[in-house]
Design a protein around this ligand. Structure first.
Ligand SMILES: [Zn+2]
Ligand SMILES: [Zn+2]
Length: 160
């Protein structure tokens, strides 16, 4: 927990934080690696704002070709911190408990919400051949990739 009492009573204008998560497998079974987060919490005349960044250093698996690759796109952290929620839908707010916030939880939540649910090693990843399993990014195979529409078989029989 990060204590914000000094920020709230005005003796500090801002508090810096940094933390690292050494095991990011909580995000998904196919994700491993770590993440570093850092930022500042500032008291703007009573409005407590958190801003910062999460830098993941992850190994993820491409959903199309199964290749493992590294994912390092940073995530921006922005939140307003409050001691009570006026209504439950205010999800950009982070609730303070006993004048402290759980920064670890904030970073974990940001990773879960902001990372893609499906990873692609590249936008034009060709994936695996559905017939022989060859990685089509690395080689082409001899399989017929055209989807056959079985409705034509009836006509084919007719013309035979
Ligand atoms: Zn891929
Ligand atoms: Zn093939």
């Amino acid at each position: 927990m990060l204590d914000l009492k000094k920020l709230l009573d005005g003796s500090l204008k801002s508090i810096d934080f940094s933390l690292s998560l050494s095991d990011c497998s909580f995000i998904d079974d196919s994700v491993s690696g770590n993440a570093n987060a850092f930022g500042t919490i500032t008291n703007h005349s009573g409005l407590i704002l958190l801003s910062g960044s999460v830098e993941p250093s992850l190994s993820v698996v491409c959903a199309r070709c199964g290749r493992e690759y590294s994912y390092n796109t940073p995530i921006a952290l922005n939140a307003k911190i409050t001691d009570k929620l006026a209504n439950e839908d205010e999800d950009e707010f982070v609730l303070m408990q006993d004048f402290a916030i759980d920064i670890d939880e904030i970073v974990r939540t940001a990773l879960i919400l902001e990372l893609p649910t499906r990873y692609l090693c590249s936008d034009d990843c060709k994936g695996l051949c559905s017939k022989c399993g060859a990685n089509l990014n690395e080689k082409s195979c001899k399989c017929d990739q055209t989807e056959r529409d079985s409705r034509w078989d009836v006509l084919k029989d007719y013309f035979d």
